[in-house]
Design a protein around this ligand. Structure first.
Ligand SMILES: *[C@@H]1O[C@H](CO)[C@@H](O)[C@H](O)[C@H]1NC(C)=O
Ligand SMILES: *[C@@H]1O[C@H](CO)[C@@H](O)[C@H](O)[C@H]1NC(C)=O
Ligand SMILES: *[C@@H]1O[C@H](CO)[C@@H](O)[C@H](O)[C@H]1NC(C)=O
Ligand SMILES: *[C@@H]1O[C@H](CO)[C@@H](O)[C@H](O)[C@H]1NC(C)=O
Ligand SMILES: *[C@@H]1O[C@H](CO)[C@@H](O)[C@H](O)[C@H]1NC(C)=O
Ligand SMILES: *[C@@H]1O[C@H](CO)[C@@H](O)[C@H](O)[C@H]1NC(C)=O
Ligand SMILES: *[C@@H]1O[C@H](CO)[C@@H](O)[C@H](O)[C@H]1NC(C)=O
Ligand SMILES: *[C@@H]1O[C@H](CO)[C@@H](O)[C@H](O)[C@H]1NC(C)=O
Length: 714
């Protein structure tokens, strides 16, 4: 009986704490900041972890402030809490023996490309306010679905105007007032991973085809952790705490931070670690910050880059003199006439409102309505399209920043530098310049897959001997379901309501991999998260280096996913939780920082020897990179999941710069799930360029490929 009462008391207590914050948060001292206090595994020592959290807080926080200070208790899947603390209180808690780590609750971002549209433009360019939230609307049809599976322990708590069905079986929200999608991001990502089949889906006829998720038969549970102000770490961790306990099979999270953090100070790393412990694979977007910006670094996370697909979307511009230029945008508008007057932003701006630089790029408030009506405006920045819309222009042509098509709120096209200056000289040399912008059309991308310029690149600055990202998947100009409540061009005055839209970002590639992983899990329900990840990595398409010269493996990891091949990989590189802990112990000198994982009793594993499906060695940093001799050794173990009796032979890439030696070079298996260990020796002279090599086991049917990367920080 007592247990039952305790349990009730515990959950009520948690609710009260949240309410107390909402009502009295302002009473807390200004200098307090929100921190996450991570305490490792739930060890069952305390019947009521949340009241234990209060006890711990009471040791450092004035008793009258404890309830207001505590924001969240993590008690379902791991141990920890989030609380408002002063710097002194934070320091005292950091020394507490039960505390594994303590770090500020940062704000994370969704990883669509909206802001990358503006890349490379002057500092003074006014940015779109990023109004974002992440969830799913209740429009996923459940036709043909039975009730949720028995193992499902979640709930439909989506708040007002949110209903679940047998497809969308669960919803929760954190830090906002409903799980309803007002922005479209969550709908798009969820339908990519697991949407039901829809015939003839398109965005106004553009990119028409059958829209479907990778595994149309899977169910979806939504955990909304983002609001207008971003995605708070304390909320992200709360969603992991719930999702793991609710019994999900996979977690796809298209959210990331801007700077890499130590593994024990990153909520997504912590949440994923505990998910992995429960057999749940976490798939995360690599980020959209390009060169050397990767923040998804934990080896138990599946990190996904974004690349092009063979279909691209272009918008042609026809000049009055007959020249046709191919620009980029997703343009749903048809202009009626043949051509329309073309005016340069600078010539039709108000000089009172804007100086020349602002006028050229068509900044907010520059264009004069009476001078742009019925005309197409030429702007030095493609972000000028928003101002063209406000001023009532017919259309807009601008200089594009990235080679990606964004949905536009009026007839518009982004040109390359060369084409843009051609239009400029046409305007300069023509008395009455005219132009037409055609509706978008699909083209064939012959060089696909090419990693998008925005996709975050490695190396991994936290664990330099683990290659990240892990793989790449489609993330450029992806058509998927969209919330009819949201604006497809992300411009509020664009009132179009659509059921499908075209978005780009690692946010879009991430659910592709989640879908592929769900497909493999459906064929092999007993496979561990690391086995599923290994299958997708070792069967990935080798990328064409000519089309991906920038950063090679640091851009695409093992390559482009191939879900069909991954279903039958032959061999897998498996990692158990113990392996990760041994690796963590080698990274952390202060053993107490791992909470209830006792490093002193464990062997330590060098990260290069973690049983990872890719092989990476960082040689450190050199003063000069002139022919430094090196020799390194790695250990790996493969598990046979192909044919019981099979013999694999190794093949390695060959170069005059290095030598790769694998011992043994033949692996003979007699049963399924049999394990064999081998050693890889790499030696050579390091010349300053990363060494991009590979190793492949083959039995004639299965090819099990691992990239080998040797590099130094430069
Ligand atoms: C719920 O829907 C009603 C009717 O459409 C609307 O008036 C109300 O604002 C909605 N509530 C929320 C929280 O979105
Ligand atoms: C830009 O994208 C288009 C269509 O997607 C493609 O045909 C073209 O080759 C790309 N250009 C560059 C420079 O990558
Ligand atoms: C095109 O024609 C339609 C119908 O005649 C009209 O409503 C619309 O304003 C015209 N659009 C343009 C850009 O002239
Ligand atoms: C077009 O004329 C403008 C001045 O109005 C000048 O700044 C620009 O360089 C010219 N562009 C070309 C391509 O001739
Ligand atoms: C149109 O004008 C541009 C700029 O002066 C020029 O480069 C181009 O060749 C012209 N096109 C035709 C078909 O004359
Ligand atoms: C979106 O779907 C709803 C419900 O099926 C339908 O009523 C509506 O017309 C669709 N909107 C568009 C733009 O096709
Ligand atoms: C960790 O191991 C050391 C040495 O064996 C021991 O003194 C210490 O109490 C252990 N800590 C925990 C949290 O188990
Ligand atoms: C594998 O080979 C062993 C020894 O040759 C044999 O006993 C066994 O039956 C074979 N297993 C299968 C599944 O063919």
């Amino acid at each position: 009986m007592a247990g039952i009462f305790n349990l009730k008391f515990s959950s009520i207590l948690l609710v009260l704490c949240v309410l107390a914050l909402a009502n009295h948060g302002h009473a807390l001292d200004e200098e307090r900041k929100l921190y996450i206090v991570y305490m490792g595994n739930l060890d069952g020592k305390y019947k009521l972890p949340s009241s234990h959290h209060i006890n711990i807080l009471q040791e450092v926080v004035d008793i009258s402030l404890v309830r207001q200070s505590l924001v969240r208790s993590y008690t379902r899947s791991f141990n920890g809490f989030a609380a408002y603390l002063t710097p002194q209180e934070q320091e005292k808690l950091a020394d507490h023996e039960e505390v594994a780590s303590i770090f500020p609750s940062k704000t994370f971002q969704l990883q669509t490309t909206r802001s990358w549209d503006f890349m490379g433009f002057p500092e003074n360019v006014q940015r779109n306010p990023t109004v974002e939230s992440d969830t799913i609307i209740g429009s996923f049809s459940d036709k043909g679905f039975g009730p949720p599976p028995k193992k499902w322990k979640g709930e439909c708590k989506g708040g007002s105007n949110f209903t679940c069905n047998n497809k969308l079986i669960g919803a929760r929200f954190y830090g906002s007032d409903s799980a309803r999608d007002t922005e479209g991001h969550g709908t798009h990502t969820a339908s990519t991973a697991a949407g039901s089949i829809v015939k003839g889906a398109s965005f106004y006829g553009i990119a028409e085809g059958t829209a479907r998720g990778a595994v149309p038969s899977s169910r979806i549970a939504a955990y909304k952790v983002c609001s207008e102000s971003g995605c708070l770490a304390a909320d992200i961790l709360a969603a992991f705490d719930d999702a793991i306990a609710d019994g999900v099979d996979l977690i796809t999270i298209s959210i990331g931070g801007n700077t890499p953090e130590a593994l024990q100070n990153d909520p997504i790393s912590i949440g994923s670690f505990h998910a992995s412990q429960k057999g749940i694979l976490v798939i995360q977007s690599a980020g959209n910050s390009g060169y050397r910006s990767l923040a998804s670094v934990a080896p138990w996370i599946f990190t996904v880059a974004a690349s092009t697909i063979d279909r691209g979307i272009v918008t042609k511009v026809v000049l009055g003199n007959g020249s046709i230029l191919t620009g980029k945008s997703v343009n749903r508008f048809k202009l009626n006439g043949t051509t329309f007057p073309l005016v340069y932003g600078k010539e039709v701006s108000s000089s009172e409102q804007c100086d020349e630089e602002w006028a050229k790029t068509c900044q907010d408030g520059c264009l004069q309505k009476n001078l742009v009506k019925g005309k197409i405006v030429l702007c030095d920045s493609f972000s000028g399209r928003q101002e063209a819309l406000r001023a009532g222009a017919l259309g807009s042509i601008g200089l594009g920043g990235v080679n990606i098509s964004f949905v536009v709120p009026l007839s518009a096209s982004a040109l390359t530098k060369g084409d843009f200056s051609l239009v400029q000289s046409y305007v300069n040399s023509t008395k009455a310049p005219k132009v037409d912008i055609l509706p978008s059309e699909s083209t064939q991308n012959l060089d696909a897959p090419r990693v998008a310029s925005f996709s975050s690149r490695g190396p991994n600055s936290i664990v330099p001997d683990i290659l990240k990202p892990d793989v790449t998947a489609p993330g450029v100009e992806i058509l998927a379901a969209f919330s009819p409540k949201a604006s497809p061009s992300e411009i509020l005055s664009d009132k179009a309501s659509v059921n499908y839209s075209i978005l780009s970002g690692t946010s879009m590639s991430c659910p592709h991999v989640a879908g592929a992983a769900a497909y493999i899990k459906s064929l092999h329900p007993d496979w561990s998260p690391s086995a599923i990840k290994s299958a997708l990595m070792t069967t990935a398409w080798k990328m064409n280096v000519e089309h991906n010269q920038d950063d090679t493996e640091f851009a695409y990891g093992s390559g482009h996913i191939d879900p069909v091949k991954a279903a039958d990989p032959g061999l897998v590189y498996e990692t158990v939780q113990e392996d990760y802990i041994k690796m963590l112990c080698s990274l952390i000198s202060d053993t107490s920082t791992l909470g209830n994982f006792n490093c002193s009793e464990k062997l330590k594993t060098n990260p290069k020897d973690l049983n990872y499906p890719s092989m990476t060695v960082n040689l450190g940093s050199f003063e000069s990179n002139q022919n430094i001799p090196f020799a390194v050794k790695l250990i790996r173990t493969v598990t046979n999941v192909g044919c019981a009796n099979s013999t694999y032979k190794v093949k390695t890439s060959v170069s005059s710069d290095y030598n790769i030696n694998v011992n043994p070079s033949t692996l003979t298996f007699e049963k399924l799930n049999e394990k064999k260990t081998f050693e890889v020796k790499i030696s050579g002279k390091y010349t300053g360029n990363i060494i991009s090599a590979a190793l492949e086991w083959s039995d004639g049917v299965h090819n099990v490929r691992s990239p080998i990367v040797v590099y130094s920080f430069y």
